[in-house]
Design a protein around this ligand. Sequence first.
Ligand SMILES: Nc1ncnc2c1ncn2[C@@H]1O[C@H](COP(=O)(O)OP(=O)(O)O)[C@@H](O)[C@H]1O
Ligand SMILES: [Mg+2]
Length: 346
Amino acid sequence: MSSRIINITDRHCEIANNVATPLPIPKFKRYTIGNLRGGIGKTTLAFNLSYMTDDLLVVDTCPQGNLSYFYDPNFFLNNTTTVRDLILPYLVPGLGRASRVAKDISATNQYFSNKNSFYVASSSDLYLLPSQMTTSLNQAKSLSGSQQTMAIDSMLYSLRKEITREMKEADLNKCLIDTSPFFSGATHLAWHATDALIVPVRTDQQSINSLSLLIDVLSNPASDFSRNMPSKEHRPKIQLIIITHCGWKTTKGARNEPNQQTKVFIEKARDIVRRNITHFTTDNADNHILLLDDFLGTGRISTALSKPVFLLNAGDSRRIDRIKTTVNQSVEKIKTELSYISNSIW
Ligand SMILES: Nc1ncnc2c1ncn2[C@@H]1O[C@H](COP(=O)(O)OP(=O)(O)O)[C@@H](O)[C@H]1O
Ligand SMILES: [Mg+2]
């Protein structure tokens, strides 16, 4: 095993065996889950983490609305108030502000019946938000002095302000935002609405490239994010990189040793974290990389039933698209990994 990632893989073994000590990282109340690539596990992670805590506001800012669908199967049919209705009054003068937009998850997903958590649904119209934001930012920039500052601050902190109000109204104390693979629009506002980022990285080169891109958007003075700062600069830190779809060596006795592909991408991710450590919440790269097994059939069943992985058991099976699909033996390990992530962030 390469010595560079030994701390990360050793910790993973301890997590799998339930003997890991807590991660030495600070805790925050509000997180954005994001990376600038699709299909890497953002929504899956948001959904499962939302089940593992309580008194949580979840905000779906991805126009695809997959997370909203997990919470309410009728979401696509209903004409509900969405996150876009929270933001739009800050971009379009004269529109009325919304209130009590968040919905009780337990009302539409039976598996959340013992939870006191709420969610704000997404809207497919969020695809229009980037151009609406650009127009209003340009208008704001044409104002002078304190009017300009106030207009820009109001826009960039719109989602933050609305989330604070929703949390207060529903008496919630934590917030998790799921984002799209694109920075412009709602993701931009999500970064200003939260204290820290959780970044899923799948074990492939494109996901590693997206991590580099995300850090560039976050840190490069020439990026859209840096060039449109509120009057008092606000830049979230990265709390965790979650390497998703990890695979393990199958040789006897090596159950928690990453396979070659997984190992290569843990190393690449760690190199990027080390080079950009000032954008993380501590100064030690090994504190910021956690591993999550490939969900395999477990993930397909969880998705098909909108049922958190935590409630599935090895051997449960189900026909999905006429194919018999089974919850894998690794489900218990995945539960342990998810619990550790949840306990590390809240
Ligand atoms: N370790 C893992 N973490 C998250 N998703 C996983 C993992 N392993 C497999 N998957 C599967 O990968 C897919 C990720 O999709 P999704 O969460 O919708 O991605 P995104 O929101 O980034 O577009 C899901 O089908 C999920 O079951
Ligand atoms: Mg998604």
